[in-house]
Design a protein around this ligand. Structure first.
Ligand code: IMP
Ligand code: MG
Length: 185
């Protein structure tokens, strides 16, 4: 057990389970986009581990791009005020987009991204998220591909952070309340 593991109260998905689920998602996405070349739009930085594993299991041609957004006040949960800090490199008009997220919580972040991308008139936009935390949803976002639904707990690892830490954990775990300073729900 290392110093990151010590802050985890419970492992929700270990790396073996994740590998299996992500490979299933890759197959599903390969089927859904047969005959088209989608642009996968990764939402930085939470998407990194998920997206890099997922694309190994997508067996059709695809392009990749990235967008990064930041909420106006630093920590979670967000106020809903969002701005783009890194925009796409591609022109996406007429293209088929698949947005790749690490987690959807209130839905405000990805809701903003979807609206912003929609305004650039792509042919289609679908959403793929590794985790879905439906309990706190405020903005209703349609999720087309979902790895796991999770309860209303703060999770880290597999790309997801707390104060930019823990992204490198190869599994998803619930962070100890002593670390987050959040009340248990
Ligand atoms: P939103 O509430 O769906 O807009 O998500 C707000 C931000 O908080 C996003 O950047 C999410 O990635 C992040 N977030 C929400 N819940 C968690 C969590 O349990 N662990 C880590 N990040 C989270
Ligand atoms: Mg974060």
């Amino acid at each position: 057990m290392n110093e990151l593991d010590r802050d985890i109260v419970r492992v929700l998905f270990d790396s073996e389970a994740i590998e299996k689920r992500v490979s299933e998602m890759g197959k599903e996405i390969s089927e859904a986009y047969k005959g088209v070349v989608p642009i996968l739009v990764g939402v930085l930085k939470g998407c990194i581990m998920f997206m890099s594993d997922l694309i190994k299991h997508i067996k059709i041609p695809l392009k990749m791009d990235f967008i990064a957004v930041s909420s106006y006040h630093g920590t979670q949960p967000t106020s809903g005020a969002v701005r783009i800090v890194k925009d796409l490199d591609h022109v996406i008009e007429g293209r088929e987009l698949l947005v790749i997220e690490g987690i959807v919580d209130t839905g405000m972040t990805v809701g903003y991204i979807l609206r912003n991308l929609q305004a650039r008139q792509p042919k289609s936009i679908r959403l793929c998220t590794f985790l879905d935390k439906p309990a706190r949803r405020i903005v209703n976002v349609p999720i087309d591909f979902c790895g796991y639904k999770i309860p209303d707990r703060f999770v880290v690892g597999y790309g997801l952070d707390f104060l930019q830490l823990y992204r490198n954990l190869p599994y998803v775990g619930i962070l100890k309340d002593q670390v987050t300073g959040l009340e248990k729900t």
